[in-house]
Each structure stands twice: as structure tokens, then as C-alpha cells.
Design a protein around this ligand. Sequence first.
Ligand code: SAH
Length: 326
Amino acid sequence: MSLPKFRAKQIYTWLQVSGVMSYDEMTNLPKSLRDNLSEKYPIRGCEIEKKQVSELDGTVKYLFRLFDGEFIESVLMKYKYGYTLCVSSQVGCKMGCVFCASTKNGCVRSLYPGEILSQIHAAQRDIGIRVSHVVMMGMGEPLDNFENTLRFIDLAGADDGLNLSIRNISLSTCGVVPKIYELMERHYQLTLSVSLHAPNNELRSKIMPINKKYPIEELIKACKVYSETTSRRISFEYAMIKDSNDSDECANELANLLKGMLCHVNLIPANEIDESGHKRSTDSRLKRFCSILNKKGINVTVRRSLGSDIDASCGQLRNRHKKEIS
Ligand code: SAH
């Protein structure tokens, strides 16, 4: 547009630091320029369509409308150390894990980097807080939207932008093995979370179709190489599903699989969703599973479920349609 250089910096700061949703908020730009920009380069951010607040724990779930009328969900959680936002990376998901609501309507499209970032800005502006931690654990498979996910991480970490510490970002994957190696080569200090959910191929392939493409031994090998190369501890997510993956045998097998690895296991009491018949493991099963892992020297914690009354917990975010909302 043949503008002087300083305009770029001004616009960048409005978008990346303030997270404005319209050029009219960019008060240091002349009106004619604002009009021109909004015509040529509309801002494609997240508009709040609906907001729900959990009565149980104050967790906030946002339903965001995107520029093309699609919807995504994000969840804001308050912890002692600050606010964590769980962001989506795609509209829906194509990975097909049987226990997860996000995949039930397939994947409509991947999000642009700015759309992932805009979830943070929208939540910050709405509540008037600063998000200190981001988990890429909302709808979608971040490694199936690889370049945009990395661009998002760069933008979020930029010191003249949101300036988020990359160490405070967790990226969760169902196990897209070649992309784990690619990510490793970029040397990010983020936490890699891997949705494991089963200790062997037979069981994992039944509940996670990705396992047929990248079987468990390839996934575990990639995780070992990743943690050795980056010196970062891998976090394995394991949803505890009643009578499916929660037996003593599974616990023992899991411990053997992960023995000697720089890792941590996060047990998630499975959240029940409408479309799948699975049930959550009992508390006593969960305790027993946890203690077997502990005894075998595996680092393990149980994830506290937040926002369950507003369907904001793991695996409950979904690709909603206009008719469902109104
Ligand atoms: N596609 C990525 C990012 C999603 S993260 C991934 O698979 O890792 C969402 C986390 O919640 C994943 O670990 C997922 O396996 C888990 N999850 C999905 N459905 C769940 C359910 N019903 N109960 C508990 N956890 C679930």
C-alpha cells in the first residue's frame, strides 16, 4: 500500500498486543487508512457468540464465531499460578478417537495462525486478565495443522507481541509420528503432550484410528528421541475408561512401555459423551491404576476435571452448528 514503515509497527502492535477486532480501534491511524484497510484486509478474529461460566469452578467456555460463520470452542481455567486457555486448532477434527466429541462431525477446516491467537486476545479482553499458559488441547489435531500451529507459537511468543513464555505452552497430539520429529527439529521449549490412552496396539487401534497408521512402538520411539534430543519431559495423557483400558494388566503394561523414559503420565477420568457408550473408571480403579504406576517408578498425576457442568472438559468440545446454537 506504499505506506511508511512505522504504520506496519502500529498495526502490528494493535493486532498483536491489544488484540483489537476492528481498524476503527486503531486510533493513531487516519480514518481514510482505517477504511481502506478494513476493505482490503478484513480482520479475521474470533467473535464471542456465546459464553458459559461453570458454577462448579468458574471455568469459562467460549463459543467463538469465525469470519466464515464456522464455530470453535475455547476454555479458560483459573489456577493458582494464573490463567490457562485451552485453544482449538481446527474446526472439528478428523482423527476419529471414539471417546472424543470433537471428531464426531469430522474436520471442516484448519485454523489460521491469527485465529488461534485471537482466542487468547478475545478471552483476555473479555475478562480483563492476562493468559499466562496455553494448552493446545481444544478441538483439532495441532500437528495436522502444522505450519499454522508453529506460526501461532511464534506469534504468541514474540516479545513485541503477547510475549507468552513458550515454556508455558503445551501442545497435545494423538500421535502423528513424522510431525513429532519435525517439531523436534524446531527446538521449541514447549511441553509435548501425547494422547496415549492404551498400552498396546490391539487396544489403542480400537479406540484411536491413528494407531493403525503409526503404531505404538513407532510413537514411543519418536517420544524417546524427542525427549532425549530436547531434554524436555513428555507428558502422556491417559483417559481412564471403565472396563476398557483401566485394568491392572494395562497399568503394568504401561509402566513397562514407559520405563526409563523422561516422562510423566496424566490420568484423565474419562468424560462421558453422548455418542459413545464409554463410562468413566471408578475412583477406586483410578487409585489402584495410579498406585501401580507409582510403584513402578512412573511419574503420575490425576487431572482435575474442570467445567464439567458446561461440557468444557477434555473431549467435550465440539463443532457446533448455527441451528444448534439458536
Ligand atoms: N488432537 C490432540 C489435541 C486434543 S487434546 C490430541 O489428541 O491430543 C484433548 C485431550 O482430551 C486429548 O488427550 C484427548 O485424547 C482427551 N480426550 C478426548 N476425549 C476425552 C474424553 N471423553 N475424556 C477424557 N479425555 C478425553
